[in-house]
Unconditional design. Structure first.
Length: 139
């Protein structure tokens, strides 16, 4: 299993516009943070866009949770101190399941926990893909 470095660990405790920006990046969305707000779908001249707040607005975060089959539940005192929600992503295909691809995130709200999980899932899977490429390219 991959041990997270400081940058990766910091990604898992993101909040607000920083978390929203990390989600936009993980989803490959064109975005910018302006005055503490994440704005997506920027035009070429960067003059128009839509606020994107998946960590606090259900109409932004809910479809992501559904699309990626992220489960959210109360922690009942488990997890990081101060966290009340845990989100988990497990591949739907049992053949793909390993302990390495069980990604979890914690947060003060269901949306924060789920978006941290998405960032962890995308980041970790990209790390695995990059590692696999580097191994096969050295053969």
């Amino acid at each position: 299993m991959h041990n997270l470095n400081k940058k990766e660990r910091d990604m898992l405790i993101l909040k607000g516009a920083d978390l929203d920006s990390a989600v936009a990046s993980a989803l490959g969305m064109r975005h910018v943070v302006i005055d503490g707000l994440c704005v997506v779908n920027m035009s070429d001249d960067m003059m128009s866009g839509k606020r994107f707040s998946p960590s606090s607005v259900w109409s932004d975060g809910g479809p992501i949770i559904e699309s990626y089959s992220i489960g959210v539940e109360p922690t009942y005192g488990y997890g990081d101190p101060g966290s009340m929600w845990c989100a988990k992503w497990v591949p739907l295909d049992e053949e793909e399941f390993t302990v390495d691809n069980l990604n979890m995130g914690y947060g003060e709200t269901p949306l924060i926990a789920a978006m941290r999980t998405l960032v962890a899932m995308k980041t970790y899977n990209n790390l695995l893909y990059t590692a696999a490429l580097s191994i096969t390219s050295t053969r």
